[in-house]
Design a protein around this ligand. Structure first.
Ligand SMILES: *Cc1c(COP(=O)(O)O)cnc(C)c1O
Length: 375
């Protein structure tokens, strides 16, 4: 098996895999499960610095994004979709799907949203029920300043939906301080559990907006209201994926124990970028990179496919290309969660140096050496 250095999924700890293979009980009948689920929700809330409700949903990260839009959107609702990346823009589809009217605020994909310009825009345009924004838009690796953007939106009474799937636990996230009404997370990024679970935090205001709806939520699986009384009633809307949840609980326990993780992500990300640029490669972003992923322009004369294939075949390391408007243009190195450790990243950079040299791009340094020098 290869070493998976992609921006999610990541390598998982053996104890997470063991937790997933434990004998399980019946989550519908055994109330002990409800206690364990509740405890896990409280742990996630603590890590995300929120007093809001947390719900773990049975589905991959995208489910959280769709559930937020399905639960908030009524036909005709205007929604501000902040678009400086592929996931950012993608929210418009979920809004439309549930009858809303997305209005794209589209800005440069090479840097974070300029909050001063957004503030100007909002002065004239603020008649929105809610707004969507991505914290780390993984295809470009940009990190948006949600700690400024969300309070700004709230000043105009706009509810805030944040996709932090690829940032949380690798970057600081403070849901209550930053006034995030619904935040979306997934199991397979910096939490380093396998893909399969999504989770959300839901503010009282967001829940009140759902309760005030004139029309029903046009979904069962994406309806966040059906989770509202799960703890009081000891009842779940569907049989919870209990083994996935055991794995998630262990992954959360490991994250909680790992107190230096945010600083380590920052240090590793900075050293990777130093090494990559010293080698003569160029980064996709002009500024504002997240600490969880590095996105590099594919050098002229070679292809992303050739780089990925060589890395996998000759070095047993899987890195990632991209999709949508960035397909073929960039390749991506993941250093999030379990993968944000110097040994694995160093091995990846040595392999990348050899790979590029073999493919005809002469690296101006050994990226591994520069990386260790920068740490
Ligand atoms: C990974 C990710 C998701 C989940 O989507 P998949 O493409 O299905 O993995 C959602 N948002 C962001 C920003 C992500 O990085």
């Amino acid at each position: 098996m290869y070493k998976m250095m992609t921006p999610g999924p990541t390598m998982t700890a053996p104890s997470v895999m063991e937790a997933r293979s434990r004998q399980f009980g019946n989550p519908d009948v055994d109330e002990q499960f409800c206690e364990e689920y509740h405890k896990l929700c409280l742990s996630l809330a603590e890590l995300l610095h929120t007093k809001n409700e947390v719900y773990i949903l049975g589905g991959e990260g995208i489910l959280a994004l769709e559930a937020a839009c399905a639960s908030l959107t009524e036909p005709g609702d205007k929604v501000l979709v902040i678009d400086n990346g592929i996931f950012g823009k993608g929210f418009a589809d979920f809004v439309s799907l549930y009858g809303g009217e997305p209005e794209l605020y589209t800005v440069d994909y090479h840097k974070p949203v300029d909050t001063a310009k957004l503030e100007e825009y909002l002065k004239e345009h603020h008649d929105y029920k809610y707004a969507t924004v991505v914290h780390c838009d993984t295809p470009s690796g940009v990190l948006n300043n949600i700690e400024v953007i969300c309070p700004l939106l709230k000043k105009y009474g706009i509810l805030t939906v944040v996709d932090a799937v690829a940032s949380m636990f690798g970057e600081e996230v403070r849901v209550d301080d930053w006034q995030i009404d619904i935040i979306c997370g997934g199991s397979q990024k910096a939490l380093s559990a396998p893909p399969g679970l999504a989770f959300v935090t839901v503010s009282g205001e967001a829940m009140a907006a759902m309760e005030k709806r004139k029309t029903g939520i046009a979904s069962f699986y994406c309806n966040l209201m059906i989770f509202r009384n799960y703890y009081r009633d000891k009842w779940f809307p569907y049989t919870m994926p209990i083994s996935d949840i055991y794995g998630l609980a262990e992954a959360v326990r490991l994250v909680k124990e790992d107190v230096g993780r945010i600083e380590r992500h920052q240090k590793i990300a900075a050293a990777v970028r130093k090494a990559v640029t010293k080698a003569g490669l160029s980064l996709y972003l002009n500024q504002g990179s997240a600490s969880t992923v590095t996105v590099i322009n594919v050098p002229e004369g070679i292809t992303d496919k050739a780089i990925i294939e060589h890395m996998k075949k000759e070095h047993g390391i899987l890195i990632s290309g991209c999709f949508d408007v960035l397909a073929g243009k960039v390749f991506r190195l993941g250093h999030m969660g379990n993968n944000a450790n110097a040994e694995d990243v160093s091995e990846m950079l040595l392999a990348l140096t050899e790979t590029l040299n073999a493919l005809g791009f002469s690296c101006q340094c050994n990226m591994q050496e520069v990386f260790w020098g920068e740490l």
